[in-house]
Design a protein around this ligand. Structure first.
Ligand SMILES: [Zn+2]
Length: 319
């Protein structure tokens, strides 16, 4: 947690549409692309998660998913048929979510892992707030967390062009792709600074494709050049930017402790609790406790036995 807070820039890499972006590939071709992509991912040591559409598995052959798990990747649910919530009822969608975990869940759990991440196809969360709220509640009730995306680059257009390009055009496409992706990073970083005044933990959306199999180390080199360290989606979402609406609401008039500061959410909540305790200490437990609490969160570093503090908790009294 502390390491995450101190890092300049972090990114979580996610892949959608497993086993492969192209839904019509035979199992043998799926395996070839999957093997190459996972070999490249493993060579970089980058942690990844892949979101599965089970209807793309050829004859329910789960071997591509086993390959992802063997490579150390996490898996998430992306609905069975890549259903668009903007064009389906909540009931149809929920059925597709459950259908989409029938093969993946036992595979993931057989590795001692949890199937906990869900990503909406097309990132569509419904046409009405009621639909979104209903599906959100359904997902939460089934133990799912919605996987956010901050760098949604429509890179699948490049993927498809690459699949159909003659071999002599492919090298130029690969170079163009890396340049394009770097521009998407620049854009995401600018948006992040505009909204949060800092570069939040970014979450990159890619697809399981031949293009990414052929370029992944170069993509990783580009991100490293920009100062990124690679984290899991679990770690990235510890960033305050992904705090729940309730947390944001709690700090709406408190810019100092709000989720826009670099502190971790847990630290903010701790400070908020301590501040509240100070405000009520006089009336309930007397000045001694108030004095203790003020010391605990004073602007001066907390020192003990001459040791330098590793972290300084600061706050200010609310008026
Ligand atoms: Zn998708």
């Amino acid at each position: 947690m502390i390491a995450l807070l101190l890092a300049a820039s972090v990114v979580a890499v996610t892949f959608d549409d497993l086993p492969n972006l192209d839904s019509d590939l035979p199992a043998a071709t799926q395996r070839v692309i999957t093997t190459k992509l996972l070999d490249q991912i493993k060579s970089t040591g980058v942690p990844v998660i892949g979101f599965v559409n089970e209807d793309k598995l050829d004859d329910d052959d789960t071997s591509p998913l086993t390959q992802w798990l063997d490579a150390g990747a996490d898996l998430g649910n992306h609905t069975y048929s890549h259903l668009d919530l903007d064009h389906a009822t909540a009931a149809q969608y929920e059925e597709d979510v459950l259908h989409g975990e029938e093969l993946t869940r036992p595979l993931v759990e057989s590795r001692g892992k949890k199937l906990q991440w869900f990503r909406h196809p097309y990132l569509d969360t419904g046409n009405t707030i009621e639909t979104r709220n209903e599906v959100d509640a359904f997902l939460a009730a089934h133990g799912y967390r919605v996987a956010p995306v901050t760098i949604d680059d429509s890179e699948w257009i490049y993927d498809m062009a690459y699949d159909h390009a003659p071999w002599w055009k492919r090298a130029a496409l690969r170079r163009s792709y890396i340049r394009y992706m770097e521009r998407r990073f620049v854009f995401a970083e600018e948006m992040s600074r505009l909204v949060f005044k800092r570069n939040i933990a970014q979450i990159l959306l890619l697809h399981a494709s031949a293009l990414n199999a052929d370029t992944f180390p170069r993509l990783v080199a580009m991100m490293r050049r920009r100062g990124y360290r690679f984290v899991t989606i679990d770690e990235a979402t510890l960033d305050d930017a992904y705090a729940t609406p309730e947390v944001w609401q709690a700090f709406v008039r408190d810019a100092y402790h709000s989720p826009t500061v670099v502190w971790g959410r847990d630290v903010n909540l701790l400070l908020a609790g301590l501040s509240e305790a100070i405000l009520t200490a006089d009336a309930t437990t007397g000045p001694l406790k108030r004095c203790f609490l003020m010391k605990l969160i004073s602007r001066k570093p907390i020192t003990a036995a001459g040791r330098k503090p590793t972290i300084t908790l600061v706050t200010r009294r609310r008026s």
